[in-house]
Design a protein around this ligand. Sequence first.
Ligand code: IVH
Length: 705
Amino acid sequence: MDQKSPSEMTENEARAELERLAKILLQANQDYHGDDAPTISDAEYDAFKKRNAEIEKLFPTLVREDSPSEQIGAPASSGFGKISHAVRMLSLGNAFDDNDVEEFDTRVRKFLGINSGDVIEYTAEPKIDGLSLSLRYESGQLVYAATRGDGEVGENVTENARTIDDIPVMLTNAPDVLEVRGEVYMSHHDFLALNERQKVRGEKAFANPRNAAAGSLRQLDAQITKSRPLKFFAYAWGEISAPLGATQFDSIKALKALGFSTNPLTMVCSSPEELISHYRKIEQSRATLGYDIDGVVYKVNDLGLQKRLGFRSTTPRWAIAHKFPAELAWTRLERIEIQIGRTGALSPVARLDPVTVGGVVVSNATLHNEDYIQGRGSKGEVIRDGKDIREGDWVQVYRAGDVIPKIADVDMSKRPSNSVPYEFPSKCNICGSPAVREEGDAVRRCTGGIICSAQAIEKLKHFVSRSAFDIEGLGAKQVEQFYNDGWIKTPADIFTLRERFGQGLQQLKNRDGWGEKSATNLFDAIDAKREIPLGKLIFSLGIRHVGDSSGALLANHFQSWENFERALVNTTIGSGEAWDDLLSIDGVGAVMASSLVNAFQNEKEREAIDALITHLAPIDAVRKNTEGSPVAGKTVVFTGTLEKMSRAEAKARAEELGAKVSGSVSKKTDILVAGPGAGSKATKAAELNVMVIDEAAWLDMIEGL
Ligand code: IVH
């Protein structure tokens, strides 16, 4: 770069340069945190920041109000307020082929106890590839617009949403409270024109319309959003004070009547065959629609049935997304690299000669594990006709939706004659510890544990991730820096940062980009997370097999940290009441249960967990809708044939009302609901003096709740 040295600048030049740098750095931050276009390199970013700091030092009176040196972490998101969704914003389960669609229908029927002779209607509509937005109207006025965020808390983008023509700011004849949900997207035409403009201005082009829409909606300056042509399709609702209709289809029609754009390809179908045929029609028109879609969404049409079907932890039982097949491209695999995950897994990654797959440049693909590289699947079956993957091979890459690209095939005719099979390492490439593969584990793992810096860093990244502690200003990049500086080695260290650096702030302050204000902001953001919902806390511990929805299930079951911890410390793997209790949780199997128990009974892990907990105040899980419920906290067992509803529906309903549903009768059972044909469970319940009632009595008991 041919740039003037700050010491040679006039005041005007310095002012102009600070303005230019503020703009570049703001954009770079947004690119990095706002998951839109590819970002500038870290080295370039640091160089810009350094130059900015030098000029500020020489011209202290010119320091801008929005000076980039005052900004840390994720200004793009920190600039927006947070909004808690009144009704959670969920995602959808996926179907990848016709068979999955049939199975979806079968599951719905089974849950509702509706046999194949009776029609269940579904709607089918395009799945828009944009980003979801929730619009809340009170007395017809738009009061806020919020992004999905983690599903519970999103970002307040009201000012930006107001600039979108498809979003009415006032409604007439709307329910008092109405949350309209839908997708913000950009048309192909507008996307191409925007990228042209970006090019002319010397700014970066967006990788695809979805990223352009996301980057445009999440602008701190609403004027920028206004200049970007965004559109909105309404397809669902959240909180609502009066129903819009009796069916999904009628409700969407009502939204249209209120002034929203709804998708014209929405249709009511009466069988899986009709759904699939509508899917094919939409798939054929895909190229001419003028906007990106990545599948077709099916929803049970009758809202009464939707209500009965309810939700799993993160997805509704009454809807599914039928995805379009993955897009494919051929390219050369340059190298295989190994990454170490937070649980020590050695994950092979293919570094590819960059190639465009469905509009996105792909330069990496996952290779899963050593068996996969050798041409074997997770159950030892032959995959890719048994072809192995080698460095230098021509490979076919595919991506389906947002998932990490994968390798579908290898072109053996192009394999170089001197190529050799890939030899999977038996040592960790970071800490040098042996990497071993245990019986039954598809993955080879580094045995270094806490001494392996890669594992420690990945654990920390997981800990601060969005579904875990989500600390403002402390993202993956920052924890990695802090780890390398020796400031944070374990999650507990995060909570002593103020204690250790708060007084003299010197060290933090002198760091690139860490002013006194930003350091204090960080400490405050950390303090704000000392109170943490139990489910998030459990997830954040990074225990193998425990994902965010499992965290929520466990929290719901144990309710408090004390209960959870006590149970795990006292559980013996494979037997006993505590073990049975763990397995009685719907969604917890033996693999996850063992992993949990191992974590709490391993000395080192326990120490780390104990150290962390001393700094926290976990928030107990409260079961929803259980006020006034006579079955809250009760352990219920269903046996025999139920006539009014399926076993699955009975269980889901009981859990909603705060009951714990178990598969076997024990001393802990409070109620046995016995239908005709109840056998040994009824006998055992009688022996143990457990209350036994029939289905009708059970329904009476929970009626009206
Ligand atoms: S319904 C409770 N309908 O897909 C279900 N979602 O993978 C609410 N999406 O987060 C979603 N088009 O952002 C629904 N026609 C459509 C959609 C759609 C796109 C997105 C939405 C959702 C994601 C789930």
